[in-house]
Ligand binder design. Structure first.
Ligand code: NAD
Length: 486
C-alpha cells in the first residue's frame, strides 16, 4: 500500500463540518492515503480572543504537513478581526491562487456550456499588501506593491501549470495602459517569460475588456493569469458565469505549503440542516490529491463525482425540475459518489491526472541573478496637506522657495498637474504633490542633503509635509510616472 501523506484538516464553521465529513468519507472510500491532523480555526478561535482566528499550535501542524484541507470559516464582522485566509496565505507564502471554473451543462444551468478555464491569481502583493494611510482630512491612500520576483513567480507558475495540465493558451490581464509601472511590469514579465514557452499560445488583454469577455465569451479562454485584485473579482465573475459558485474548489500554492478549499463561504443560513452541497470542498480535495501525488485517486473521485452529477443526483442548490432526478442532502450525495467510484462519466469528458502535475511550483526566482541596475536620485515629490486655497496660490508659494539646485517642476492634485498652467475646472483636494528636480533638467543627479534643505523651506513656510517620495532613474530610465498633463 502507498505511503500515507500527512495533511492538516480544519472543519471550519457553518456548513464546514458537514461538507468536510462528506468529503473525507469520499476520499477514504476512494482509497486516498491520508494521515489527518485536525486543527481548530475560525469562529471558536476568534471568540477565544485570537485576532487572526488561528492558534499558534496550528501553525506547527501546517509547517509539519505543508498541506491544508480547509473548510470555510465565518469571519466575525468588525472588532479588529483579520481575515484568516489572508493571514495563512501570506504567512506561509502561498503566492498562487488557482481556481478552475468549469460549466457542468446541461446538469447545472449556464449560458456558456463550453466554459472551462483556470484563473491563476497572484496572492500576496498588489493592493492586498494592506498598506493604507490617511494623510489629510480628505485624502486616504492604499499602496499597490508589485515586485519583479512576485510577477516572475506567478507568471512562471501559470505557464508551468498550463504545460502540466495540457492547456494550450495563457492569457495575461493587466491595466498597463493606466498603471504603466506596476501593471506594466506584470505585462513585461509575462512577455519575457512567455518566450520560454514556445509551445503555448500567449495573449494579453486590458482587464476591463478582458473581464467583459470572460462574462460574455468565457469559452475563448484557457488559463488566465492576473494580479491579485483583478483575479479576486474575476474569479467570482467566472464562477458565477459557470453557474457553479457552490461547486468550485481552489488551491493556494506556495513553495512551502499549499491550501485547498471550496470557493464558497460557511453558508450560516443552511448550517446544520444537512443540505449543503459538498462539491466545492470535494473539488478542492481533488486538487489536493493531485498536488500530493495521488493522481489515480483524484481521477477516480472526479469520475465518480461527474457521474453523480450526470445521473441527476443533486443537492438543493443545483436541483432543477426536469433536469435533476433526485434531490439529496449532503451525506446522501456523498454516498451517491461513493457508489459510483470506479465508474466513468458518460456525458462529460474523462480526466487523467498524473504525477507530472504533483506539486507544480516554481523552482527559481530569476531576478536574483539579474545584474543590479545603476540607480540615481534625480528628484523628489513632496506631498503637502494644505486646505487653504487654490492651485495657483499654492504653486506661487512653493515655487518661491530658495532651494538651489532644486526647482519646482510642477504641482499635481490627485495625480493631475494643476501648476503651472493648470485648468480652473480641475477639482483640488487638500493634498498637493510638489515635484522638484535639478534646475539643469530632469535626469540630472541630486543629493539627499539637498532634499533635506528643501524640506526645511517647507517647514519654515509652515506647510505640513505628509510624505516624501524619492525619484530615481534605473540605468537612465525614469522610475516614476509623469503627472497627468505634465
Ligand atoms: P456563502 O458562500 O457562505 O453563502 C452565499 C449563499 O450561497 C448562501 O445562500 C448559502 O446558503 C449558499 N451556499 C454557499 N455554499 C453552499 C453550499 N456548499 N451548498 C449550498 N448552498 C451554499 O457567502 P456569505 O453568506 O457571503 O458568507 C458567509 C460567511 O462565510 C461569512 O462569514 C464570510 O466571511 C465567510 N466566507 C468564508 C470563506 C472561506 O472561508 N474561504 C469564503 C467566503 C466567505
Amino acid at each position: 500500500m502507498a505511503q500515507k501523506t500527512s495533511i492538516t484538516v480544519a472543519y471550519g464553521d457553518g456548513i464546514g463540518p458537514e461538507i468536510m465529513d462528506a468529503t473525507l468519507r469520499i476520499l477514504e472510500a476512494a482509497g486516498a492515503q491520508l494521515e489527518k491532523e485536525v486543527i481548530d480555526i475560525g469562529e471558536k478561535v476568534y471568540t477565544r480572543g485570537v485576532k487572526n482566528g488561528i492558534e499558534p499550535t496550528a501553525w506547527d501542524s501546517l509547517r509539519r504537513t505543508r498541506v491544508f484541507l480547509k473548510a470555510p470559516i465565518t469571519t466575525p464582522q468588525g472588532g479588529g478581526y483579520v481575515s484568516l485566509n489572508v493571514t495563512t496565505r501570506k504567512a506561509l507564502g502561498m503566492y498562487a491562487n488557482v481556481r478552475p471554473c468549469q460549466a457542468y451543462y446541461p446538469f447545472v444551468a449556464t449560458t456558456h456550456p463550453q466554459m472551462d478555464l483556470i484563473i491563476i491569481r497572484e496572492n500576496e502583493e498588489d493592493l492586498y499588501a494592506g498598506i493604507e494611510y490617511r494623510q489629510t482630512e480628505q485624502v486616504y491612500q492604499c499602496l499597490k506593491i508589485i515586485s519583479r520576483p512576485g510577477c516572475e513567480k506567478i507568471i512562471r507558475y501559470a505557464f508551468e501549470y498550463a504545460r502540466a495540465y495540457g492547456r494550450k493558451k495563457v492569457t495575461c490581464f493587466s491595466k498597463d495602459n493606466i498603471m504603466k509601472m506596476t501593471d506594466g511590469l506584470f505585462h513585461r514579465v509575462f512577455d519575457e517569460i512567455g518566450t520560454e514557452y514556445p509551445d503555448l499560445q500567449k495573449e494579453h488583454f486590458i482587464i476591463d475588456i478582458g473581464a467583459a469577455l470572460v462574462a460574455d465569451r468565457p469559452e475563448r479562454f484557457d488559463v488566465i493569469v492576473t494580479l491579485n485584485l483583478y483575479g479576486d473579482i474575476l474569479s467570482d465573475i467566472a464562477a458565477q458565469v459557470a453557474g457553479s459558485v457552490g461547486m468550485g474548489g481552489s488551491s493556494n500554492i506556495g513553495d512551502h505549503c499549499a491550501m485547498f478549499e471550496a470557493i464558497h463561504g460557511s453558508a450560516p443560513d443552511i448550517a446544520g440542516k444537512g443540505i449543503a452541497n459538498p462539491s466545492g470542498l470535494l473539488q478542492g480535495a481533488i486538487l489536493m490529491l493531485v498536488h500530493i501525488g495521488q493522481p489515480d485517486v483524484a481521477t477516480r473521485v472526479q469520475h465518480a463525482w461527474l457521474r453523480t452529477i450526470e445521473d441527476g443526483i443533486h443537492t438543493g442548490d443545483i436541483y432543477k425540475e426536469g433536469v435533476s432526478r433526485q434531490r439529496v442532502g449532503t451525506m446522501a450525495f456523498a454516498d451517491a459518489v461513493i457508489e459510483r467510484l470506479g465508474q466513468e462519466p458518460q456525458h462529460f469528458k474523462t480526466v487523467h491526472y498524473d504525477n507530472s502535475q504533483a506539486g507544480t511550483t516554481v523552482q527559481s526566482v530569476k531576478s536574483q541573478t539579474r545584474p543590479r541596475q545603476h540607480k540615481e536620485l534625480v528628484g523628489v515629490d513632496i506631498f503637502v496637506d494644505w486646505p487653504e486655497g487654490t492651485a495657483q496660490q499654492f504653486g506661487d508659494i512653493v515655487s518661491q522657495f530658495d532651494a538651489h539646485p532644486l526647482k519646482l517642476l510642477m504641482v499635481s492634485n490627485r495625480g493631475v498637474k494643476v501648476y503651472p498652467d493648470g485648468m480652473p475646472e480641475t477639482f483640488c483636494s487638500d493634498q498637493w504633490r510638489c515635484r522638484f528636480m535639478h534646475e539643469q533638467g530632469s535626469g540630472t543627479p541630486i543629493r539627499k542633503e539637498q532634499i533635506s534643505h528643501l524640506l526645511m523651506r517647507f517647514h519654515e513656510a509652515g506647510l505640513d509635509t505628509t510624505k516624501l517620495e524619492n525619484l530615481y532613474t534605473f540605468d537612465g530610465a525614469p522610475g516614476y510616472s509623469l503627472g497627468q498633463g505634465e
